[in-house]
Ligand binder design. Sequence first.
Ligand SMILES: [Zn+2]
Ligand SMILES: [Zn+2]
Ligand SMILES: [Zn+2]
Length: 155
Amino acid sequence: MPGSKTEHQHVAASDIAHHVATKLAEIGQRFTSGRRAIVESLSHAQRPLSIPEILEHTTGLAQSSAYRNLTVLENAGVVVRVITTDEWARFELSEDITGHHHHMVCSVCGSVDDVRIPDGIEEALDAALERVAAKSGFKMAHHRLDVVGVCRACR
Ligand SMILES: [Zn+2]
Ligand SMILES: [Zn+2]
Ligand SMILES: [Zn+2]
């Protein structure tokens, strides 16, 4: 990830297409209409989407081509796969586009929601994690943390 661990800079909505096209070009790929449709559906969601959810928001995209296009977007570093508690992979735009955030994962239904933590708490987390890492001679670059529990619907 570019920038420091406390960097919350992200790509403006109007610049996402340009950013994605540039990253695809770096690996010799084009920003096709299918990839555009996927990036648009991901950029409008406030949480990671499963392939069936992506297909709901994109017309005329076959499941097999959605999967292939997601793999290309992952290879270009603009889409990341989010690990959850059920069998469905979920996908979202990378943090250099959306900004740093965390996930609340439901251990009953597997739903995932984005959650943004106030800057002061992020800084305290970084400081605490850096101390823990340093004790093992580990140089921390950034952190990933999930909040796992039971969502509103499942309670
Ligand atoms: Zn749930
Ligand atoms: Zn997210
Ligand atoms: Zn964080």
